[in-house]
Ligand binder design. Structure first.
Ligand code: TRP
Ligand code: SF4
Length: 334
């Protein structure tokens, strides 16, 4: 069976850098969407470990462990190896070859004007190096090696994807081929989930509920979440709109009746912030329960996880090898 050419179903290609354990924000913003897409699209989900090197090239001790932990989080959330291809970028050397060939076609201003790199290009003290500048080209190689035509991304990635389309178009034009689809963004609704301290929830800020946290750890973290800071005593009426974390979490995780009740009782000073957090803890632990259970099952069977990645590698490599065979011909390397 040849895999080159347009796949029958539209193909999703997406990736994530393995920089640490994933949190609730990743679930609500990304993984939930990936899971929902699986029945409709032919999905390729990639651990972008080379991309992690573009900023952390000197911190590689945990790279292998991090990618396993991240795949555990994916599987826990319902990313399904029966439906989707799950693989590690650095195990597909064809991606690096494609990156190299594509890099010849990319005028420097295309990457220099990428909004995420622009500031670094102008700042002489920034740790800007050749590999980092190539970030969007490597990402393009990820997508095109799998002939991805839809890429689920957040708004911050739209500029990268525009470069990807420009590169695909340019390759097709220069080498007179129609090999590459022009990958389109699949803009997913990503609710902004605040960190428990009211700052952006980040992998490194340590202010989020991790998918690998236990129910007790979750309770402890939520206890420390900030609320309406103007509210000191239980008898003070609260203001849900000024409650920076707890109420917004209710809006995301609880049903409408619960939300209304919380708002009413808060405003009437009938509900204390401690009790309020406790109830929220139950709601969130309920949501995370099946995710934790699945995670534990896979974590106890690392062999199965390795098997998932081996199978994904095989499928992804077959696809990439097919594409690269056509690419080498188009470039007239053979
Ligand atoms: N740049 C993406 C991020 O930081 C990760 C990524 C790597 C990716 N390769 C990709 C996303 C290909 C979509 C398609 O989140
Ligand atoms: Fe926030 Fe609940 Fe406290 Fe009101 S009672 S301020 S909603 S934590």
């Amino acid at each position: 069976m040849t895999t080159t050419g347009q796949p029958q179903r539209q193909r999703i290609m997406s990736g994530m850098r393995p920089t640490g354990r994933l949190h609730l924000g990743h679930y609500m913003g990304v993984l939930r969407n990936w899971v929902a897409m699986q029945p409709t699209y032919d999905c390729y989900f990639m651990v972008a470990d080379w991309h992690a090197l573009t900023t952390k090239y000197d911190q590689t001790d945990s790279l292998v462990e991090n990618r396993i932990e991240m795949v555990l989080d994916w599987l826990a959330c319902g990313v399904d190896p029966e439906q989707s291809t799950i693989y590690v970028q650095s195990q597909i050397p064809e991606i690096a070859e494609l990156h190299l060939l594509l890099s010849m076609l990319v005028p420097l201003p295309w990457v220099e004007n990428d909004p995420t790199l622009k500031d670094m290009v102008k700042d002489p003290s920034a740790d800007l190096h050749y590999g980092l500048l190539g970030y969007p080209i490597l990402q393009t190689a990820d997508i095109l090696a799998m002939l991805g035509d839809k890429v689920p991304v957040g708004k911050d990635q739209l500029a990268h994807l525009e470069i990807s389309r420009d590169i695909a178009r340019r390759f097709n034009h220069v080498y007179q081929t129609d090999l590459f689809p022009e990958p389109r963004p699949l803009l997913t609704e990503t609710p902004l989930l605040m960190g428990l301290d009211g700052n952006k929830m980040g992998k490194s800020n340590n202010n989020g509920i991790l998918l690998s946290d236990t129910a007790e750890e979750t309770a402890k973290k939520l206890k420390g979440a900030i609320t309406d800071t103007a509210r000191v005593k239980l008898s003070d009426p609260g203001d849900p709109t000024a409650c920076q974390v707890v109420y917004p979490y209710y809006q995301l995780f609880a049903d409408a009746e619960v939300q209304a009740l919380v708002a009413k009782e808060c405003q009437a000073a009938e509900r204390g912030c401690m009790a309020c957090k406790k109830q929220l803890t139950e709601v969130i632990n309920e949501l995370l329960k099946p995710i934790r259970e699945r995670r534990a099952t896979f974590a106890n069977d690392k062999g199965q996880v390795m098997a998932v990645l081996a199978e994904g590698q095989q499928k992804a490599r077959a696809q990439a090898a097919d594409v690269l065979a056509t690419v080498r011909q188009a470039v007239k390397l053979v």
